[in-house]
Every structure is written in C-alpha cells, then in structure tokens.
Design a protein around this ligand. Structure first.
Ligand SMILES: [Zn+2]
Length: 93
C-alpha cells in the first residue's frame, strides 16, 4: 500500500531493511520509477497507526530514494511517485 497524507496516519517507527537486489522489476514508492531486475532496492517498514488502528506497512524504494526520504524532517509520509528519484524535490503537478 502507499502511504498517504490524506489520512490521520501517524508513524510510530521506521525500519530500513538491508538493501537487496530485486529478481523482478519493482516500482519505487518514492519516485514511482522502476527498480529494474538486478538493481538494488531497500524495503522501508513503517509501524503506523491509522484511525487508531496499528499496522505495519512496507514500501520498496531505490536506496537513493531512502536517503532522500530520510532528509525530510517530517517522518516519511508521502504519496506514491510524489518526488523525483533520489531527491526530496517534488515532481511538479
Ligand atoms: Zn525511487
């Protein structure tokens, strides 16, 4: 699932898994770009509460997009494909 700012979601904790090479194409949740077969990606797991219900969501990101996400003062809550790859610059709408 994609993290969205439209809800009352609160992030309790963030955990980044060790980078892995993908065996099949994935889509990066940060930039919406492809993570090609054989490329490295990171899984970001967030413990969140939404409407009072705790749950875990995980997102696959390019390693450079994880770095970009970690620069936001706001804990990474973002809309799918909102940012440019490897940056915290929003894609103009
Ligand atoms: Zn990305």
């Amino acid at each position: 699932m994609v993290i969205t700012k439209e809800t009352d979601m609160r992030v309790l904790s963030v955990e980044v898994e060790v980078a892995k090479k993908t065996k099949k194409g994935q889509v990066c949740s940060w930039c919406g770009g492809m993570i090609m077969k054989g490329e490295t990606f990171e899984t970001v797991r967030l413990r969140v509460t939404e409407r009072g219900i705790a749950k875990t969501v995980s997102e696959k990101l390019h390693p450079e997009c994880t770095v970009a996400a970690s620069t936001l003062s706001d804990v990474p809550t973002f809309v799918f494909g909102e940012y440019r790859r490897g940056t915290n610059v929003k894609v103009p709408v």
